[in-house]
Ligand binder design. Structure first.
Ligand code: TYD
Length: 191
């Protein structure tokens, strides 16, 4: 079973990914919980670039792809081959959304990724309106910055929601309390 949790910042993905991992582990499954960007060299470069200066759009997209190739080869594919349950906090749908919002064609990004990255069995799209997300992540700075952030997240949310009719996708509203969100996630799991 390969489960991916996606959504804009502020939707509580990371908490829910951990809870889901604990739940499936308590059912006796071997669960590999991982995240992107990874803690490997490319992922670290991407995280550092948030403070040292953002990469060019092309470099950024290429680096997310390099990070993912390594993640698939070294961790995701071997775990799936061993029959383990894999839960990812972000994957190539984030590249479609965030690098799509930066100007690349989301469908082209999807094709590039699906050439080497396995498609999940379940994609949980954690959904939240942008105003609530912004207040949860506490965007600071000037108004222009906040306006830019808001427009960017709105575009990312739109791209995530464009995936809602995929047979493997489920949209999970995250405006309720975390326990309610966890219940909705468990309901979305195949029997
Ligand atoms: P994340 O780890 O969710 O944030 P945090 O460090 O706060 O826990 O993701 C870091 C950022 O990377 C997030 O804003 C989304 C972005 N991102 C992309 O732009 N493209 C991608 O392919 C991925 C996986 C993440």
């Amino acid at each position: 079973m390969f489960i991916v949790i996606e959504g804009i910042d502020g939707t509580g993905k990371t908490t829910q990914a951990k809870r889901l991992a604990e739940h499936l582990t308590s059912q006796g499954k071997t669960v590999i919980l991982s995240h992107e960007p990874t803690d490997g060299p490319w992922g670290t470069l991407l995280r550092n670039s948030a403070s040292t200066g953002r990469l060019s759009p092309e470099q950024e997209l290429e680096t997310f792809l390099k990070d993912r190739r390594q993640h698939v080869t070294e961790k995701i594919a071997p775990a799936l081959a061993a029959g383990h349950t894999v839960i990812l906090d972000r994957y190539y749908f984030s590249t479609m959304a965030y690098q799509g919002a930066r100007g690349f064609d989301p469908q082209e990004i999807r094709r590039k990724n699906e050439a080497f990255a396995p498609v999940p069995d379940l994609l949980l799209i954690m959904d939240l309106d942008v105003d609530t997300a912004i207040s949860r992540i506490g965007v600071r700075g000037d108004t222009a910055n906040e306006f830019e952030q808001r427009a960017n997240l709105a575009r990312c949310r739109e791209i995530f929601l464009s995936l809602k009719d995929e047979p493997f996708a489920k949209v999970i509203p995250t405006d309720s309390d975390p326990d309610e969100v966890s219940r909705k996630i468990l309901e979305a799991l195949p029997a």
